[in-house]
Design a protein around this ligand. Sequence first.
Ligand code: PEP
Length: 272
Amino acid sequence: MTQQRRIIVANWKANLPPGEEVALAGEIATGLAAQLATTAPHVIEVLLAPSHVGLVAVTSLLRREHPAIGIGTAAQDASATEVGAHTGESPATHLVGIADAVIVGHSERRRERGESDAIVGAKLARIVAAGLRPILCLGDDLIDGGERERAAALSNQWIAALAGAAGLGVDRTALLAAGLVVAYEPVWAIGSGRPATPAIASAAAAAIRASVGSDLPILYGGSVDADGAAAFLASRHDDGGRIDGLLVGGASLSASRFLGIIVATRSAASGR
Ligand code: PEP
């Protein structure tokens, strides 16, 4: 059976100091090397997203000590501002050569930092202009909502972010050319221990693809662990509801839990 490419992202948020992030990256790389000894490589793209302060150290470790494993890194955010006199900011161009991708629009930043869709759109534009791949988080807070309501909320978020990016001259075509990935992350599922059902995630993925007008890669994120991972990845393939990968928060802070998710992904990808 043809193997399908999957993307698994570990979002470590601000949970660990840089030294512990480096140690965890090393454990994951070692575990992945053991998995790759018995399975085909390049079916799964693994990206680790450490804190900004740990990003360089983690990237350096992976390149220096584990170059054959092919684990990449993602930044958890980038600034809406350009290079210049902006104390404390991290312009996207500064991430070039360090991160392979940048997460943008995570619901924690929207909630805790007041990031509007317009700001998310501006960040998207900066990331694309820097030549980096954006992983755009979209999510609803409609735990009891229906499929239509959820689809409308996601579509509105996408349209507003797109307008924000357009304000800086980056359009839909440029976003797609940059390899845009969308992570469907229902706000009510993140860190709650109550993941969405695969059917909800799949319907959301179909709605996002319809709204974007492209068969782009879509991840699911929200309380994923090894035992639930495969069900998301096995979801509908016929009507745009395919889930291509996972954005993992809490469970990525343990090498064994995260490696378990990769094992489940590998099985789902090979149809076993
Ligand atoms: C996240 O914050 O992106 C996330 C998916 O977290 P968790 O897996 O802990 O729900």
